[in-house]
Design a protein around this ligand. Structure first.
Ligand SMILES: [Zn+2]
Length: 676
């Protein structure tokens, strides 16, 4: 009777959930959700928002919450038993959501709802729901419908093949270097490579194309010949240019077929090309707007990128004896120039960032700017290291969150925010459900009884994830699917997270957030200045590199004819954007997994787009800061109300304009990155 996954009275019973609970709970909840779907789609069921929500949304929310708890445990407290239970239930859960999203009876019911009966939040939620149905092919009939389904299935296969080829081509390469070839390569990389060779009973050091090996070799190896060998293998992976039998992983045909299917899918949905389909649920209004945005940014970054290259060339000639650096020399030259200009040790910086002090500093910013109080709270947890907090305003509960900081065995790497439950004025009880979030990091633990020390990157990560968390928890929206991050366009969803990162570069903030682990002294200004200078190292070149990818992606899905070879388009984009032309054999498109195997097709621009939004939003704080650099509380309130509280209840552009009084501008991003 007491399956903890079926108890929705309050917070999940993380301390009691066992792998054996998963299958019976998911079975029960799927049964309820299916029954709810049948109920609301019956011919005589009223086409009314609240009536549907009371039955269907209540059932799907329970399924979502229980499955969320299982997935969460699978990510942070993995055991073989739990993984087996998770994998067993996963296909059934996925099948339900897919079927729900394409159920034509439900689509018809939603379309029959009288818009006049809805409040503004419900109106937006309904609009999103109908849009998603249409993009899933709900309007298609007969042969078109069948073909649409075939296209989806074939695309999933091709994307899987594309990523397998990419992975296999990467794994297939190995070069066993002699010790003498590895001059300059850091000791830890060299040791790992030696151990890898030994494990295979081979001599020397095994070099691979995986990042932890490839990157340091390219940056540090003094042998240009060694770098060239790895570089050639890397940029020809999974292509027709791969050496020897590496050609068996060639992705060319898969890319062509994927592009053709996307084009066909777009036409079936009534659009000219896939780029147009991609932007429908996004903040950008059209592919042309995206292309214009990228070209504008490229034009303004170009002089800085040219200066970056000139600096590299001069340094290579004067200090490294390289009069004509090749593609495989640039990372090496850049690393040497960076060392010469900004030498400081990450190890030294870490001594000033103790986890408790950083957290206290972060909470102080949130409390001051967003007029809330953060207090420790209690809840069942999955590990003793997990902390639980509540956010209050004027004594009223606003939201709660779990904070799981340390890395440990059985916990997936990286950092993320996830929702436990969403703010929702429940249609079944009439009660307001407050939001709860997971904030998960993977920080090193403190040693010898000392607090954990964070790198500056860790600090930025923590602020970033809290930005997502605040978006989820400070929302004032009552409608589930557009509350918090729900329903936010995904080219805008990184606004609040990247926004928070800016505080990690404020002297005024860092001073109070740092204390040397031994002496208690704050971060020295000289060290901070070096960090600031290194922050924008080669930002011009990096910007153009991102724009090259983004522009290629958008043009490939709009102007390109899938029947033609796509390499000439890549060449055109490179000659338009890049300041350093890659060699003719370079085939980086063949491993561009974001757009061919991930969800970023005609959407890679989102990274830069959201950066512009977050930088411009933060500039409002710079413009209104007090003389001593403290951020304005009034600006904090306006930001909170316009962006965080509004969540997905209105288009992101409206929220942005409500806060900034105008459309976004590139100026702040360029200034922050030293390209003003
Ligand atoms: Zn993020």
């Amino acid at each position: 009777m007491s399956n903890p996954l079926l108890d929705f009275s309050d917070l999940p019973a993380f301390d009691r959930i066992t792998p054996a609970d998963v299958a019976p709970a998911i079975d029960t909840l799927l049964e309820r959700a299916n029954a709810a779907l049948e109920t609301v789609t019956a011919a005589d069921f009223p086409a009314q928002w609240n009536a549907i929500a009371q039955v269907l949304d209540v059932a799907t929310e329970e399924l979502g919450r229980a499955w969320g708890a299982v997935s969460h445990l699978n990510s942070v407290a993995d055991t073989p038993e739990l993984r087996a239970a998770y994998n067993e239930a996963l296909p059934r859960v996925t099948e339900f959501w897919t079927r729900l999203g394409a159920d034509e009876r439900l689509y018809a019911k939603y379309k029959a709802i009288d818009p006049a009966s809805l409040n503004a939040e419900q109106h937006q939620a309904l609009k999103n729901a109908v849009r998603n149905f249409v993009l899933s092919g709900a309007e298609l009939t007969g042969a078109d419908k069948e073909r649409f389904a075939q296209i989806q299935e074939r695309q999933a296969e091709l994307q899987q093949k594309f990523s397998e080829n990419t992975l296999d081509a990467t794994d297939a390469f190995a070069y066993y270097a002699g010790e003498s070839e590895l001059d300059g390569v850091p000791d830890d990389v060299r040791q790992a490579a030696r151990a890898a060779a030994q494990a295979e009973g081979k001599e020397g050091c095994k070099l691979t194309l995986k990042m932890p090996c490839y990157l340091p070799v390219m940056q540090f190896a003094t042998s240009s010949a060694l770098r060239e060998r790895l570089y050639r293998a890397y940029v020809t992976r999974a292509s027709d240019q791969a050496e020897g039998d590496g050609k068996r992983f060639d992705n060319s045909d898969f890319i062509r077929e994927i592009l053709a299917l996307r084009q066909e899918e777009a036409r079936l949905l009534g659009y000219v090309n896939f780029g147009e389909v991609s932007v429908v649920p996004k903040m950008a209004q059209s592919p042309a707007e995206v292309v214009g945005f990228l070209r504008d940014l490229a034009r303004r970054a170009r002089p800085h990128a040219e200066k970056d290259v000139a600096d590299l060339r001069a340094f290579a000639a004067d200090h490294l004896g390289l009069s004509d650096p090749q593609a495989w020399d640039w990372p090496y030259v850049a690393e040497k120039l960076k060392e010469a200009r900004y030498a400081f040790s990450e190890q030294e910086v870490k001594q000033y960032f103790t986890a408790p002090r950083v957290l206290a500093g972060l909470f102080k910013i949130i409390e001051t700017l967003f007029e809330v109080a953060i207090r420790r709270d209690t809840a069942p947890v999955w590990h003793p290291a997990v902390e639980f907090y509540r956010i209050e305003r004027g004594g009223q509960l606003v939201g709660q969150f779990y904070l799981d900081q340390p890395a440990r065995t059985g916990k997936r790497g990286g950092a993320w925010m996830d929702d436990v439950r969403t703010r929702w004025l429940r249609p079944d009880t009439g009660q307001l459900q407050t939001p709860v979030a997971h904030l998960v990091c993977n920080f090193a633990e403190g040693v010898d009884g000392k607090p954990a020390l964070l790198t500056h990157d860790d600090v930025i990560t923590l602020f970033h994830e809290f930005g997502h968390g605040l978006h989820h928890m400070l929302t004032q929206v009552n409608e589930r699917d557009v509350s918090g991050i729900g329903g936010v366009e995904w080219d805008a969803v990184e606004l609040p997270s990247q926004f928070m990162e800016n505080f990690c570069w404020e002297w005024k903030v860092l001073q109070h957030m740092t204390a040397h682990v031994e002496t208690g002294a704050p971060l020295p200004r000289t060290l901070f200045d070096k960090m600031m200078a290194a922050r924008n190292f080669q930002s011009g070149m990096q910007t153009l590199r991102q724009i090259e990818f983004a522009l290629f992606d958008m043009l490939l899905h709009t102007e390109h004819d899938p029947a033609q070879d796509f390499m000439p388009l890549l060449g055109l984009v490179r000659s338009e954007v890049a300041v350093l032309q890659p060699p003719a054999f370079s085939r980086t498109a063949h491993t561009f997994s974001h757009i061919f195997a991930g969800g970023y097709a005609a959407g890679y621009y989102s990274y830069k787009w959201a950066e512009v939004l977050s930088a411009d939003a933060y500039a409002a704080f710079e413009e209104t800061a007090s003389e001593d650099g403290s951020p304005s509380q009034e600006t904090g309130r306006r930001y909170r109300q316009a962006i965080l509280e509004a969540g997905g209840s209105r288009p992101a552009m409206e929220s942005f304009k409500a806060f900034r009084g105008r459309e976004p501008s590139l100026d702040a991003l360029l200034r922050h990155q030293g390209m003003a």
